[in-house]
Design a binder for this molecule. Sequence first.
Ligand code: SAM
Ligand code: FES
Length: 356
Amino acid sequence: MKKLIDKLEKETVLSKDEYKYLIENFTPELSEYLFEKSREVRHKYYGHDIYIRGLIEFTNFCKNDCLYCGIRCSNRNVQRYRLTEEDILSCCKNGHELGFRTFVLQGGEDPYFTCERMTGLIQKIKHSFPECALTLSVGEKSTEEYQAYFDAGADRYLLRHETANDCHYRMIHPESMSPENRKRCLYDLKRIGFQTGCGFMVGSPFQTAENLAEDMLFIKELQPQMVGIGPFIPQHDTPFADKKSGTLELTLFMLGLLRLTLPNVLLPSTTALGTIHPKGRELGILAGANVVMPNLSPVAVRNKYLLYDNKICTGDEAAECKNCMQLRMRSIGYNVVVSRGDYKEKCTTEENHNEI
Ligand code: SAM
Ligand code: FES
């Protein structure tokens, strides 16, 4: 199996059967072998820098009904909220003072945020913080709407493809959603010029090793600048309440494979990973990730954006989250830096010494 890892390192892609074989048969020893290589590649592009993104969960209203998601529209036990423009700008201001240079606006697909409201908001944020990057994560929109967001100044867009396998996609989404549209959105976003992120949950219900291998090939074809993955974690008010969480070991192994498949990709070590294991985010970095996304949302709404059970950091102020993250990263020899943290096209050994 080490030979397959060596081949992936050299050729940056494997066949579907080879990925599947690794995913089905990996051992702790093989994982260590993979992580040594994935860290080496990560250091080649990004040194020991950790890019930090300020996550603003600005609305938990959603018109969709994804079967795995705690804020799906048919969950009547969610107290719904949406932040005002002033709230959002004040989160950005707070984040900016703390050293954040990327803001991520994430929310459900909330019809209140029309194209006009979104573009107005994007322009205000970019006008107030011109040196900062703005990432959006607000779901599936029309080509025209994505173009309008881009023209208004948004830099990046995160839209996990969730699963590249169409049958699997239909098993975890309502009939109103289609894998074709999800993929159409991703290709639109790339063509328009966004730094684009796709991704998937590890261990989502009905997922097979073959599905994960298909995810790797889809990602290789799309060539996104970012890939967001984290373990699936059940939420008690969803149809998947009784399903098992994805495992730490498989999530880390997938992070390692992703780093070798897309050497310069921006790869977050996610909150979900930190939720299933106390050192999950540190281990994610040691498996090849290079981005963390602490929360900047006001504490008053933190416990209402609950996609899954036992989410961490729901009671902390932004400053506490940032400090905690900085200490965690230092403890494993990495530095959280003040930077927009853009995707690097080319390999550079230069590190950013502007630690937060
Ligand atoms: N509405 C936007 C979208 O669809 O891209 C952004 C918000 S959505 C809640 C963000 C991501 O959360 C999803 O892409 C999904 O992968 C993840 N997610 C939702 N429910 C989850 C769960 N139970 N466990 C882990 N991740 C989950
Ligand atoms: Fe819309 Fe989860 S169902 S954000």
